[in-house]
Design a protein around this ligand. Structure first.
Ligand code: CO
Length: 134
């Protein structure tokens, strides 16, 4: 499998505007892109930093994956996204290696990219997202 980049690191937050305002005040960076992704129950913002991005995720409700994450663990690191050249090939390779997948078939993520999640049990207790940039 070919990993191209750490596409983004995602942080779950309760208040997207407050988090963006903190980032601007503390680090002088702002979002290039902001989007509601209803299927995933989140509003996300992407902040470019060097060759990678910070993704801020705010749940649209308590009964969403990120809402449940915030209830049980509070704000913090949510996932790391690896950019891959071929997401189907990457998923096939992971499945063959025995890694537990959340998504066996890619779905549409922010920015129109195709994404798939790999279960935290597969590696380091960390949710991994694969991204094929389109
Ligand atoms: Co992500």
């Amino acid at each position: 499998m070919l990993l191209l980049n750490i596409h983004h690191t995602a942080v779950a937050v309760r208040d997207l505007d407050a988090a963006l305002s903190d980032l601007a005040a503390q680090y002088g960076v702002g979002p290039q892109h902001r989007e509601v992704i209803a299927e995933q129950g989140v509003e996300e913002a992407m902040v470019a930093i060097g060759g990678s991005n910070l993704q801020l995720l705010m749940p649209l409700g308590d009964d969403t994956p990120v809402g449940r994450f915030l209830s049980s663990r509070g704000e913090g690191l949510h996932h790391i996204a690896f950019q891959v050249a071929d997401i189907e090939a990457a998923l096939a390779h992971l499945e063959e290696s025995g890694a537990q997948l959340v998504d066996r078939v890619p779905r549409r993520g922010g920015g129109g990219h195709r994404i798939a999640f790999v279960h935290p049990k597969a590696f380091g207790g960390t949710l991994i997202e694969l991204v094929e940039v389109s």
